[in-house]
Write a new protein. Structure first.
Length: 635
């Protein structure tokens, strides 16, 4: 059952009742409960067969609660609950609410939002295959999640080599007179030039899906059958292409290890535990062959039993993956296994069994997965320990070199980007404990500076950043702004300026004016990688192998990339807008549609009059005007 099917769900709870009142009035029905903090953020989501009994159990006298639950209850300021008709509905709803809110006190699949997927856009007329990190309800097929982006890229490269699907990014193909280079090197079937019909293209798409589902044996049968049919029709070139595809798939199958003689589709899941985290290894077995393995990490598991950790993983993993096999082998017994199996069967569309084998070949598979999980956990712990030591060494070095009072755990770096003073922008990039905090990056479009003046642009940027910090802090203290909505109140331990003495002096001047002169700052010049600090006449030269210098370089390079990307975006938008505005008959609507259909002016210029006329909102007269104008002014 999909979330949209929960039509009779009743949402109860509101600010009119106190938390105690709500607990007293909770009904003894299945449902989901949400604890919220004082700012209204969801901090825990749980499900229950009886909401009344489950929620009251948190507050019973003498109840032994884990430290994690005690901390959650201390922060809980409000309770909301959702009544459902069955425990199955509660399970589905809990899954979706955890995925939406990512509550602090739920055990979460680590970084699942960043895992790459392979997406097949089956909802499009001529589907594409590409990598994505966002799973949308758009009708496409998603395969994953995968923990190693390199393996995903290799898979995609292989798919493009075997199956000649289009790689262009347009959802709806604009007809072309000539196919692109990919067609000529047999990497595309040329749908944009009507060189392949829809049914033949779909057949190739279905073969890609068989490959991604791990059903290579079925795929080989289909390819062999198509090859023989093409040979019978004397279509020898097509038969040769199919033969090459068949040989490529056979090579892949030869490398796969046969681990199940019953040719079943199975997932084997085993667990290894460390302090407050668990590593779960999943073996993907399709048609009796081991086709892949992925490792996943769960954090905040120290207070949970092994079965609870496994149940949490199974619930979250299959809530975000596309394919559910007929059989799932686990290393741990889980509570509510029949309910979980019923939910998985509903996702699959046919029966799914969950087993914890105790002997035989299936038990050996689980043991092999468990050994891999333990090795992966140990490796991850060693890498983290080495990373912490490297980080501590780099921060200690910067602290000593710059004379700081404490290690610079939070660093902000600023860079200016422009071309001859046009579209001047600045970037603010944040590193916390040596890692990019991308949600805290900020961009500034320079307002008060005319022409190429990096010093004045840097002063404006620092002034705006720190004045916003002062304003937001005052609003938070006055109760006018919730702390979680303040974007600039967190101040850095160190500010890094991309540039030498001039840029650093401009930044320090702004910091002094805004009352933040106590924040340490330094400049990093590109040419000789010299470090400039206020009050020091001579630059600081760190050795090239210095970890502190390497960290600053990564931060500086990221700030430069972020600034250049923003500048390029503004420049492209300005160029496209200004030139198209000069064409008679091209107003804002047509300009916007042209911008959607073509990524830049060169692409528009390469289009024919007929292609331009097919853009929404355009007609033959307007297309002719664009075609003529661009050739007259851009040649």
């Amino acid at each position: 059952m999909a979330p949209a099917d929960l039509q009779d769900t009743i949402i109860l709870g509101g600010m009119a009742l106190t938390l105690t009142d709500k607990i007293k009035n909770i009904p003894p029905r299945p449902g989901v409960y949400l604890y919220k903090d004082a700012d209204g953020r969801v901090i825990y989501v749980g499900k229950a067969v009886s909401l009344k009994n489950r929620v009251r159990s948190y507050f019973q006298a003498g109840a032994r609660q884990s430290p994690k639950v005690q901390a959650m209850l201390r922060r809980a300021a409000d309770l909301e609950y959702i009544v459902t008709d069955s425990e199955m509905e509660a399970l589905i709803l809990e899954n979706n609410l955890i995925k939406e809110h990512r509550p602090k006190y739920n055990v979460l699949l680590k970084d699942d939002k960043t895992y790459p997927y392979i997406k097949v856009t089956v909802q499009e007329e001529f589907p594409r295959v590409h990598i994505t990190r966002r799973v949308l309800k758009d009708g496409a097929r998603y395969f994953g999640p995968f923990t190693h982006a390199g393996a995903v890229n290799e898979t995609l490269r292989l798919l493009k080599k075997i199956f000649p699907l289009r790689t262009c990014k347009q959802r709806e193909l604009a007809p072309r007179e000539r196919p692109c280079l990919n067609y000529h090197i047999k990497r595309c079937l040329g749908p944009c030039c009507n060189l392949v019909d829809r049914c033949a293209y779909r057949e190739t798409v279905n073969e890609v899906i068989l490959f991604l589902e791990g059903r290579q044996e079925d795929l080989m049968k289909r390819l062999r059958q198509r090859m023989e049919e093409a040979a019978e029709k004397l279509e020898f070139e097509k038969a040769a292409e199919l033969r090459d595809q068949l040989l490529a798939v056979e090579k892949i199958v030869e490398r796969q290890k046969v681990v199940s003689t019953d040719l079943a589709d199975q997932d084997v899941i085993a667990m290894a535990r460390g302090f407050d985290e668990a590593c779960l290894t999943v073996f993907f077995i399709r048609g009796g062959k081991l086709i892949g393995r992925e490792n996943y990490f769960l954090e905040g598991t120290d207070t949970l039993e092994r079965g609870e950790v496994m149940a949490t993983f199974v619930q979250q993993f299959y809530n975000q993956t596309e394919f559910v096999p007929a059989e799932i082998l686990l290393s741990e017994e889980i509570a509510g296994a029949p309910l979980m199996a019923a939910w998985l069967s509903e996702l699959r569309g046919s029966k799914v069994t969950i087993k914890v084998p105790k002997r035989g070949d299936k038990h050996k598979l689980v043991e092999m997965a468990a050994q891999n999980a333990l090795l992966s956990l140990e490796q991850a712990q060693l890498e983290r320990q080495a990373g912490r030591q490297a980080l501590d060494g780099a921060l200690a070095e910067l602290m000593a070199v710059l004379g700081l009072q404490q290690p610079p755990r939070r660093m902000e770096c600023y860079d200016i980007s422009n071309i001859q003073g046009a579209e001047t922008v600045a970037s603010m990039v944040v590193f916390e404990d040596g890692k990019p905090a991308r949600d805290q990056y900020r961009r500034f479009k320079i307002r008060t500076v005319e022409g190429p003046n990096d010093f004045a642009s840097m002063k404006e940027t620092i002034t705006r950043r720190l004045s916003r910090a002062r304003e937001e802090q005052a609003q938070v203290e006055a109760g006018e702004l919730a702390p979680n909505r303040a974007k600039f109140t967190r101040l850095p331990d160190l500010i890094i300026i991309d540039g030498g003495k001039g840029q650093l002096s401009a930044a320090r001047e702004a910091m002094l004016e805004q009352g933040f002169a106590h924040i340490p700052a330094c400049g990093l010049a590109k040419e000789e990688e010299l470090l400039f600090a206020p009050g020091r006449p001579d630059p600081i030269r760190l050795p090239r192998e210095s970890r502190g210098l390497q960290m600053l370089q990564r931060l500086r390079d990221e700030a430069h990339r972020f600034a250049v990307t923003y500048h390029r975006k503004l420049r492209t938008k300005r160029n496209l807008k200004s030139i198209l505005d000069d064409i008679e008959g091209i107003g804002p609507v047509r300009r916007r549609e042209l911008y959607k259909a073509y990524k830049n002016l060169d692409a528009i210029k390469q289009a024919t009059v007929e292609e331009l006329a097919r853009v929404p909102g355009m007609n033959s007269k307007a297309a002719e005007a664009v075609y003529r104008f661009l050739r007259e002014h851009l040649d």
